[in-house]
Design a protein around this ligand. Sequence first.
Ligand SMILES: NC(=O)c1ccc[n+]([C@@H]2O[C@H](COP(=O)([O-])OP(=O)(O)OC[C@H]3O[C@@H](n4cnc5c(N)ncnc54)[C@H](O)[C@@H]3O)[C@@H](O)[C@H]2O)c1
Length: 433
Amino acid sequence: MPHKINSVAVLGSGTMGAGIAALAADKNCKVLLLDINEDTVNKARMNIVNEKKPLLSLPSNIKNIEIGTFEKDFHKIVNYEWICEAVVEKLEIKREIFTKIENFRSKSSFVSSNTSGIPLKEITKGMPENLLKDVCITHFFNPVKVMKLCELIPGEKTSKEVLETFSNFLANTLGKGVVYGKDTVNFIGNRIGCYFMLKGLHEGKDARKKNLSIEKIDALLSKPLGLPPTGLYGLIDLIGLDVMYSVGKNLEINLPKNDLGRPYVSLPDAELWLYNNGQLGRKSGGGFYRVQKSSNGEKIKEVYDLENREWVLSKKESMDSSSFDIMLDDTIEGNYVWNVMGSSLLYAADLVPEIADDIVNIDNAMKWGFAWQKGPFQIIDALDPKKVIEKCNRLGIKLPKMLEVINNSSNNRFYSTNEEFLNLSGDYEKISA
Ligand SMILES: NC(=O)c1ccc[n+]([C@@H]2O[C@H](COP(=O)([O-])OP(=O)(O)OC[C@H]3O[C@@H](n4cnc5c(N)ncnc54)[C@H](O)[C@@H]3O)[C@@H](O)[C@H]2O)c1
C-alpha cells in the first residue's frame, strides 16, 4: 500500500531545490529547505517569493517553507516524510549528504536524489540496506513548476511500496507526468537529449564547411521536427557549455563500453575553445549567440563565427516546411538533419530495454522533459518505419533493436490506432493510463 507524503525536507536550495520546495509548498506540504549557509538559503527564499516569474502560485504559501542550514538544522529532517537531495552534481558531495541523511532521518521516511545523471548505485554504493530499500531517484526538470516530467528511477533494492508512494505522490499531489526509467547514466531524457546535442555539435563542423550556418542549423532542428525554437545552439546557450562539458565527462565514465554515444562525449575543438575561454552561453553574456545594445538602445543579435573567432550580425533563418520528411531528403540540409535527429531516433530505438521497459516511457520523457511535440517512436511512425529501415539498409547502418523488432513483426507501426504500443516481442500492448 502506498503511503501519503505530506512533508518534505529539500537539501540544497539552488535552482532545483528551490523549485521543488516551492512546488511542494504550493501543494500544501510542510517543507524544510536547507543549504550550506544562511546567505544562500535566504537568497533562495527571496527568489521563491520575488522571482519575476514567481515559483509559488499563491505567495502566502511561503508560510509552508522553513529554512535552515546543514550545520544547524540537519537533525530536523527526522520530522519529514520525504528527504529530497538536490545539492551540486558532484558524486562525493552527494555521498556525504546521503551518509548524513541516513544518520538523521526517520526510518519510515522516503529518500530521493534529484541528480541529472549520476546512477543511484554510484551515490549509494556501500550504504546500509535500510537506506537502499527506501531510496530512488526523482529527476525533475527545470523549471520545476513548468516542466511536466519527473523521471522515477528505482535502485536495485528499492521496495515496491516506496516506488508506489513516490509514483502516487508525484502524479497526484505534485501533478507531474511520471516516467519510469532504469538506473543507467543520464536516465532517459538526458541520455537521448544529450546524445542529440553532442552529436549536433560534432556534425556542425562539417555542416558549416558546407555553408550551413549556426542560424540555419537551429532553424532545421526546430520547427520542421516539432522541437522548441531554440534548436541546437540556442538550447546549448541556455544550458551552458560548462554543463555540457560536465555531462560529457559523466558520460565518458558511465556509458556502456560500446555505446553509440561514446565518440561524441568530448566537446568538438571549436566548442572546447569557447568553454576554455569562458564563453559559456547566456549565463556568461554570450555563447553561440549574444544580444548587444547599439548606441541608440536598439537590440542587436549577434552570432559567433566559430571559424574566424569573431562576433558577426546574426541573420534570421526560418523554415517553411514543418515535415519530418526533410530527414529523408538527400540534400545538405536533409543529410545534416538525418545525421543528428535521425541518428538520435536510432539511438533511442536501441535503448529499450536498457533505459526503459518500453517505448512509451521514452516518448513521454522527450515530450515532457525536452518539449518535443512527438517522441522518437512517434516521429519514426510519422516518417513510416519501413522508410527508416530502408534508409538504414541503404546506408549500411545496423538496425537498432526496436527497428529490428518492427522489421520482424507483422505490425508496421510503433503505435496502433487503438491506444496500444509495440512491445519488445513485436506485439501490441495497451498503454496504461
Ligand atoms: N539545473 C538544472 O537544469 C537541473 C535539472 C535537473 C536536475 N538537476 C540536478 O539537480 C541538482 C541541483 O542542481 P541545481 O541546478 O539546483 O544546482 P545549483 O548550483 O543551483 O544548486 C546547488 C546547491 O548545492 C549547494 N552546494 C554546493 N556545494 C555544496 C556542498 N559541498 N555540500 C552541500 N551543498 C552544496 C549550493 O549551495 C547550491 O544551493 C544537481 O544534481 C543537478 O544535476 C539540475
